[in-house]
Design a binder for this molecule. Structure first.
Ligand code: GDG
Length: 472
């Protein structure tokens, strides 16, 4: 029987140490939800790091047994591996380069060596779990070398790869000392998926310029194999957000929040702390709105949720300080006894509170400098079923290719951003509803289950086609 093996840096369950025990919490990310129905099916398995350093063998056994019971197989990483592979090469080299922040990229040979070694570790874990007939689906930039490692060990396996972040233009990629190894690593897959056609084109152009392989209609002809490249824009679990936002708990939270903010016109901003998300630019644009349109003073209220992330990396610490400083300055300058312009939270919130915020916000500000897709904007849309609201969306988020009924802006243009906020606050309700309805239809249809099915069907089709060609 053919099974499906999913591989990603992190498992969909997070293991944490409590006072005298271990706590297993399911991850709420879109990937975990979308693939949840697959990896839990008969015999399938998800391989990844459980999010905790475990040196003690008995504890490892305990974690392995518990995760296995839920179709997961842990890969354990030590402190050095986390430093070099995860924080180092993945988040200080690949992340900035792929998001066009090359000036932040660190080129460290030791980080690279650890990245290779950890990809090999994942490879061994997959080989141990997978049979020759199994289908392997590898995810994201932490595991770019894994498809080729697997291909060498299992020349006939069916291997898919999906990149969740942007693929940059050749000019960015070529700066990386390890560019050819990275491309070759990805090319071990039978099917490589990106969120948009733009990323796919950048990838094909880099492969052609650095490796000399030509392509036609997304088909790359290597010396002895064909690799298919395509765009699969990822969706969300629409019903989950629509139902959560309509739930009694969310409505109760909303009533409490609104009671505390009488007369507020609420603008919402939700992100992980990241320089790619444009958080500081957003704050400056909000300040410009208050300066340019003083009538919004006393009313326009920005609720800004920043979820802590990668706080070991220097640029993230600096960004946190910049945001703290900007929020403090703007609030000090504009606040009155009865109105606070920015309500800033540096923490994560449970889903019910998050959806209550989506539900009550009149405007969502999703203005990343670069973003592979961005799921927050799709969650806002799903949470607004039968209501009104306006989405302001960066043209540099992958989601902008689909959501043309949002107010699309250039995230570095403060003027345009401030004007878009004003436009959103005065937009007639009928127009808001019309735009939302169009986007809801799209986000509901192209949900995460659709995405998973499309990728898997395409992968199986690619393999059958290859086998047919080989026997002809
Ligand atoms: C990468 C790519 C691509 C946020 N705060 C809370 C919370 N969240 C959840 C959101 C959303 C998720 O985190 C963030 O997803 P994004 O897609 O916006 O961004 P990344 O984390 O950067 O994800 C991105 C994605 O991969 C998928 O391919 O779209 O471009 O960068 O689901 O709801 N969830 C809860 N509390 C919070 O406080 N429960």
């Amino acid at each position: 029987m053919s099974r499906i093996i999913i591989v990603s840096n992190r498992l969909p369950t997070k293991v944490q140490r409590t006072d005298n025990d271990l706590a297993f919490t399911p991850s709420e990310g879109g990937l975990a939800t979308g693939l949840g129905s697959i990896y839990r099916a008969e015999g399938n398995v998800w391989i990844g790091w459980p999010g905790l350093v475990v040196d003690d063998e008995t504890e490892r056994q305990q974690i392995t047994t518990q995760l296995r019971a839920d179709s997961m197989q842990p890969v354990f990483l030590n402190d050095d591996e986390i430093r070099g592979f995860y924080e180092g090469f993945s988040n200080e080299t690949l992340w900035p380069t792929f998001h066009y922040f090359s000036q932040y990229a660190v080129y460290n040979e030791q980080h690279w060596e650890t990245y290779v070694a950890v990809n090999r570790k994942y490879c061994e874990a997959v080989l141990e779990a997978a049979g020759d007939d199994d289908t392997i689906w590898v995810h994201d930039y932490q595991l770019l070398l894994l498809p080729q490692m697997l291909r060498k060990a299992r020349p006939h396996s069916t291997i898919g790869f999906f990149l969740h972040i942007p693929f940059p233009s050749y000019e960015l990629l070529r700066a990386l000392p390890w560019r050819t190894q990275l491309l070759e690593g990805m090319l071990g897959a039978d099917l490589i998926g990106f969120h948009t056609f733009g990323y796919m084109r950048h990838f094909l152009s880099s492969v052609s310029q650095l490796l000399g392989y030509p392509s036609q209609n997304g088909r790359l002809e290597l010396k002895n194999r064909t690799v298919l490249i395509d765009a699969f824009p990822m969706g969300i679990d629409y019903e989950r957000y629509a139902n959560a936002a309509a739930s009694e708990v969310a409505q109760e939270h909303e009533q409490n929040y609104l009671a505390a903010l009488p007369n507020a016109r609420i603008i919402l901003s939700i992100d992980r702390l990241d320089y790619t998300k444009g958080i500081a630019q957003r704050l400056r644009a909000f300040e410009l709105l208050l300066q340019r349109y003083p009538e919004w003073q006393g009313q326009a209220t920005l609720i800004m949720l920043v979820v802590p992330s990668r706080d070991q990396v220097a640029q993230y610490q600096e960004l946190k300080e910049e945001i703290d400083e900007l929020v403090g300055r703007i609030n000090a300058e504009y606040r009155t006894i009865t109105w606070n312009p920015i309500h800033y939270f540096y923490r994560s919130l449970p889903l019910e509170e998050l959806t209550a915020l989506y539900r009550m916000a009149e405007v969502a500000l999703v203005t990343p400098i670069r973003d592979g897709m961005n799921l927050v904007c799709k969650e806002f849309i799903a949470s607004k079923a039968d209501r009104s609201g306006v989405l302001i969306l960066s043209e540099r988020a992958g989601a902008a290719r689909e959501l043309s009924d949002a107010l699309l802006i250039n995230p570095s243009d403060m003027n345009q951003l401030a004007e878009a906020m004003h436009e959103a606050l005065i937009m007639p309700e009928e127009e808001q509803k019309m735009r939302l309805a169009n986007m809801q239809a799209l986000v509901q249809h192209y949900n995460v289950y659709h995405w998973t099915r499309l990728f898997m069907d395409r992968l199986v089709y690619t393999k059958i086609k290859q086998m047919t060609l080989a026997t002809e």
